[in-house]
Design a binder for this molecule. Structure first.
Ligand SMILES: *Cc1c(COP(=O)(O)O)cnc(C)c1O
Ligand SMILES: [Zn+2]
Length: 410
């Protein structure tokens, strides 16, 4: 049984019924799912969670849908890996990588989309839709296929081919729009007003946003039921950052962990860093920017949850960092070469940001630090394609000796 009580406006706290709506009629603030935490606390124990499936659905009591109906591809409970090699390079003794690039469609987006697709079926929608910076459409297409819904995805036409092909294979209707993400988003917001479609990140956004909380639960459980000292999170809309924090605070509220005293750090690429800029000005007003970055999955110039991400930074003592564009590929390589994990550009932004935070002393050597790797490198191969420089030989021993002489010297 779900413990949801209402949708609640994040600005004026007015309550709304559980419907496919995302904005307050009075103040236009975004709506968020509210729960009866007393009831959750009476139901959930560490043991009951541990007995659940090895997916996000082990936390179903904290989610806004009924788990029996879950559209489940096996999302979640991804590895939390101790990163000793990278830690040594950065001067961090307790560094962990949350490797969320191994989800079914190879990004963390499967978390919000699994929940939203389930909710869309509850609401009896027939069409699942989204506006995507790349990973979302792959996830929506996969869950659309599994659920049997018609699926339509909208995206800026200049996305990486790995993301376009990686979504197309599931058979959705793919709509490439000649414009930026922010322009596609405005178009889809108009469409969502008129069509009875479940746009996962527009009219379904309150349910969608809840999915990212599960990263907070998992990390705390995997650390032995404690919140880390630092999280380093990539941001596009800013939702992931705020919702990992919501997940950690909920665990403390229901007594599953002692307290959440985590510094919630945030990383954006220099070429699209409106949240970082607002934070540096000490302002919750996020000025839209024109995105120009190789980290296309983070290219949202007008971030929907930007003000709440700034608030989370301020409330938790986090720092916001912008990764220089020319350090993003370095970050991808550094993680691959030290820890054996191939991430996409968003992960390169996180590793570059992590390095800055360690160098500046914002993150201290002995603190437990989790860097969130949210997407898979096989989808953004074009940015690292010139790394591939194999030694070419003929299929003879002689050719091997001639070409590999340097490697055979003692
Ligand atoms: C979408 C995305 C993000 C950012 O998520 P927001 O909730 O919009 O901030 C981060 N990393 C990857 C790989 C993504 O696809
Ligand atoms: Zn309101």
């Amino acid at each position: 049984m779900s413990h949801v009580t209402s949708l609640r406006c994040r600005e004026c706290s007015r309550d709304y019924p559980i419907e496919p709506i995302n904005a307050c009629e009075y103040c236009f603030g975004p709506l968020e799912v509210a729960y009866d935490y007393g009831s959750i606390a009476r139901t959930v124990t560490r043991k009951s969670i541990a007995e659940g499936p090895h997916t996000i659905w082990r936390y179903h009591d904290f989610l806004p849908v009924e788990a029996e109906n879950a559209v489940d591809l096996g999302t979640g409970f991804t590895p939390l890996l101790k990163a000793n090699n990278l830690g040594q390079k950065l001067g961090l003794d307790n560094l962990y990588i949350k490797n969320d690039s191994v989800n079914p469609s190879f990004s963390f987006k499967d978390r919000p989309v699994s929940i939203t697709t389930t909710k869309a079926l509850e609401f009896e929608f027939e069409v699942l839709a989204c506006v995507s910076t790349g990973n979302l459409m792959g996830s929506v297409a996969a869950h659309g296929a599994k659920s049997g819904m018609k699926t339509v995805v909208f995206f800026p036409g200049d996305l990486e081919s790995g993301k376009i092909v990686g979504a197309s294979v599931y058979g959705p209707t793919m709509v490439a729009v000649d414009g930026s993400y922010d322009q596609v988003n405005r178009l889809c917001s108009e469409l969502a007003d008129d069509l009875r479609w479940a746009f996962v990140n527009i009219n379904m956004r309150p349910y969608y946003a809840e999915g990212s909380k599960t990263l907070g639960y998992e990390v705390a459980e995997q650390l032995g039921w404690r919140a880390p000292d630092n999280c380093v999170v990539p941001a596009a809309s800013g939702e992931l950052h705020t919702k990992i924090w919501k997940g950690l605070t909920e665990l403390a509220d229901v007594g599953l962990i002692d307290s959440a005293r985590t510094n919630m750090h945030l990383a954006q690429p220099q070429g699209c860093s409106p949240i970082v800029q607002a934070f540096e000005k000490g302002s919750r007003v996020v000025q839209p920017v024109k995105a120009d970055t190789i980290a296309k999955s983070l290219a949202i110039g007008d971030p929907a949850a930007g003000p709440y991400a700034v608030q989370t930074l301020q409330d938790t003592g986090g720092t916001a960092v912008a990764a220089p564009e020319d350090e993003i590929v370095e970050g991808i390589q550094l993680l691959a070469e030290t820890e054996g994990i191939f991430t996409e550009t968003a992960g390169g932004v996180v590793i570059s940001g992590l390095r800055k935070l360690a160098e500046s002393g914002a993150i201290k050597r002995d603190e437990v630090t989790v860097a969130f790797i949210t997407g898979n490198g096989l989808k953004t191969q074009e940015v690292v394609s010139d790394i591939a420089k194999p030694i070419n030989i003929r299929p003879t021993y002689k050719s091997f000796e001639e070409n590999m002489a340097a490697y055979l010297k003692p």
